[in-house]
Design a protein around this ligand. Structure first.
Ligand SMILES: *Cc1c(COP(=O)(O)O)cnc(C)c1O
Length: 244
């Protein structure tokens, strides 16, 4: 059973890697510039446990409780991974989540960012948690995130927060049947980052762009993504997890 899961996952990963490399080549980027975060929300912890053996050490979850659950299982198995929270974080879950994560991609308000900084100090964490500001660059009503127009007013508040490091901006494009249609969303995120960066660096390096999912990661890479967050195409043909 595990053997066939592993085989499927290995094949999926090889196909994804090939597509990442091809997209990099098209625009003269190096594969090393891009981190692949495997978003495991649709698969079991058993499947997640296979990833480090295939060289994938950055794992993401959408919901804090599910991240806590899988974190415990992989830690128990002594598997070396860095956890990324990619979905909405409620302030009352910051304390439990912070010690477990390498990175939070979904900081969608200053209040949340302040809560993360306060809790980082209180817990005296060994590592400084990296955060991305989520931007609703596609302008869809149902999405979390800062509006693009909110960003120019942020530098002063950001410079007062030195217990967290804002490493970049994150967005989710709208789902499009033709991925080419997502390009303007990714270009906008890059432009917003380029505008904000000189005002907050080096306190907040803002060198990264977390953008690109299964449907549109190649376009995102062409437009400068440094992190792609992939679930569906990585886990095609694998059994669904406890959470889905
Ligand atoms: C689920 C999810 C992903 C992965 O999406 P796929 O389309 O399955 O690749 C990436 N980012 C976020 C924020 C998600 O919630």
């Amino acid at each position: 059973m595990v053997d066939s899961l592993l085989e499927t996952l290995r094949n999926n990963l090889a196909a994804v890697e090939e597509r990442i490399r091809t997209a990099c080549n098209r625009v003269g980027r190096s594969r090393d510039e891009i981190t692949l975060v495997a978003v495991t929300k649709s698969v079991s912890a058993e499947v997640a446990c296979l990833l480090p053996g295939l060289g994938v050490h950055d794992l993401g979850e959408g919901r804090p409780q599910e991240l806590w659950r899988k974190f415990a299982i992989l830690q128990e198995a002594s598997l070396p991974v860095r956890w990324h929270l990619v979905g909405h974080l409620q302030r009352n879950k910051v304390d439990r989540t912070l010690p477990l994560v390498h990175c939070i991609h979904s900081v969608d308000s200053l209040r949340l960012l302040e809560a993360i900084e306060k809790e980082s100090k209180a817990q005296n964490l060994q590592h400084s948690v990296e955060v991305f500001l989520e931007v609703n660059a596609s302008g869809e009503e149902a999405k979390h995130g800062f509006a693009p127009g909110d960003l120019p007013s942020l530098p002063e508040a950001l410079l007062n927060l030195r217990g967290v490091r804002v490493v970049g901006l994150m967005t989710m494009a709208a789902f499009e049947a033709d991925p080419e249609q997502t390009r303007s969303t990714f270009i906008l995120l890059r432009q917003l980052r380029d505008q904000l960066r000189p005002q907050v660096a080096p306190v907040h390096p803002l060198h990264q762009l977390s953008m690109g999912m299964s449907n549109d990661f190649e376009v995102a890479i062409e437009e400068g993504a440094t992190v792609v967050r992939l679930g569906t195409i990585l886990f095609e043909g694998l059994p669904p997890g406890e959470d889905s």
